[in-house]
Design a protein around this ligand. Structure first.
Ligand SMILES: NC(=O)C1=CN([C@@H]2O[C@H](COP(=O)(O)OP(=O)(O)OC[C@H]3O[C@@H](n4cnc5c(N)ncnc54)[C@H](O)[C@@H]3O)[C@@H](O)[C@H]2O)C=CC1
Ligand SMILES: NCC(=O)COP(=O)(O)O
Length: 342
């Protein structure tokens, strides 16, 4: 292994959503693909449909396996057959669409485990379709983690340029969120985002932990999680040398982070972070699947069924997700080469 260029696997996402269109638009921005071996994996008809909707035509060399991608500078297409066109109408959650997404992602994970792929960037998938199509897990991140044999803490990072978030809980009913507020999860989510920011090039990441209750619990009169759980977890992080502060009322801590006081916020549940991040920059947001042995990124938005097939989808978040996958994939590849050459 001598080639330091990473190979990035890209998927088209749920066939009924805006994913294929977004990837066609991404691939039209050819400048960023020079010298990045990129393997687009998907059904041939779906790739053609994405290009039709985007109003773009590409001539990608076809390959018959992931390993061939490294022989090319730039993108190649790996056709797979996962679903027939008539089975997945636009804007419908279908078992066929969800199963197709799962099949393509599984192929990418296997290629990553074989060392043929260094990072994955997937176009939006639909969790309901995937559950109809056989996903047994809470979400795709739990599926990835099990497939890759992860036994440490993992969670999504939502990123907006220099501002990142990690989570204590994710795709669960909100009524269950309080059960996830434990010292162990807060310490693990704080350390994970800290270490990941270092890998992403932040020298000394500054991390804030959000409160769970309104106004930080009003001295325990509006919930005791801050006093009983979150503050002790912050102290435990500090005792281990991590630059972690909090808990801070969740409705205002994002203003400080926006103004540059913090690099990351540890959030207590999905919407606590995502509402803020999406308001700050819906057209830029990226989700990084944190805590996995390989970088996996995706736009922070979803399948947008209301505009699917119409050519209106904004490629900004997908562009950023691809750029982060390239950066993280390159670091991982360099680390692997250094280890081999040591
Ligand atoms: N990257 C991924 O795989 C993600 C997948 N999802 C999944 O997507 C499905 C739908 O989720 P929703 O909550 O409805 O959110 P959504 O992000 O799909 O749509 C919310 C609104 O934003 C608009 N929108 C989204 N992306 C856009 C783009 N690129 N350009 C222009 N407008 C855009 C949509 O038209 C819609 O009005 C769910 O199954 C969810 O789990 C959600 C977030 C990320
Ligand atoms: N499919 C990715 C996904 O849903 C991540 O989105 P979010 O949980 O960060 O909103």
């Amino acid at each position: 292994m001598t080639d330091s260029r990473p190979v990035i696997a890209v998927t088209l996402g749920d066939p009924a959503g805006i994913g294929p269109e977004l990837i066609a638009k991404l691939f039209a921005e050819t400048a960023q693909f020079t010298a990045v071996p990129t393997v687009l994996v998907g059904d041939r008809w779906l790739w053609q449909e994405g290009q039709r909707v985007a109003g773009i035509r590409h001539q990608l060399p076809e390959v018959d396996g992931f390993a061939a991608a490294r022989e090319h500078d730039g993108p190649v297409f790996l056709p797979v057959e996962t679903v027939a066109e008539g089975e997945v109408p636009y804007a419908e959650e279908t078992a066929a669409g969800g199963a197709s997404t799962l099949t393509v992602l599984t192929r990418c994970l296997e290629a990553a485990q074989a060392g043929d792929v260094d990072a994955i960037c997937f176009a939006p998938l639909n969790k309901f379709s995937m559950k109809k199509g056989g996903l047994q897990h809470e979400d795709e991140l739990h599926f990835f983690a099990e497939h890759l044999g992860v036994d440490g803490y993992f969670c999504e990072f939502n990123t907006l340029g220099m501002l990142w978030t990690s989570r204590i809980s994710s795709h669960i009913p909100l009524k269950d969120a309080a059960q996830y507020v434990t010292q162990e999860r807060i310490v693990a989510a704080s350390k994970l985002i800290h270490d990941s920011l270092i890998l992403a090039g932040f020298e000394r990441p500054r991390i804030a932990v959000a409160a769970f209750n309104p106004h930080g619990g009003e001295g325990g009169t509006c919930g005791r999680e801050e006093i009983d759980v979150i503050a002790p977890a912050v102290k435990a992080c500090q005792a281990q040398g991590y630059p972690v502060a909090g808990p801070f009322p969740a409705d205002t801590i994002f203003l400080k982070a926006r103004d540059g006081e913090y690099d990351a916020i540890v959030t207590m549940y999905h919407d606590q972070g995502q509402i803020a991040i999406k308001l700050l920059g819906f057209k830029q947001g990226v989700t990084v699947q944190g805590g996995l042995p390989i970088p996996i990124t995706t736009p922070a938005h979803g399948t947008a069924f209301d505009i699917a097939g119409q050519g209106k989808a904004d490629v900004g978040p997908t562009r950023n997700a691809f750029a982060i996958a390239c950066r993280m994939g390159e670091s991982l590849r360099r680390q692997r080469l250094d280890t081999l050459n040591a």
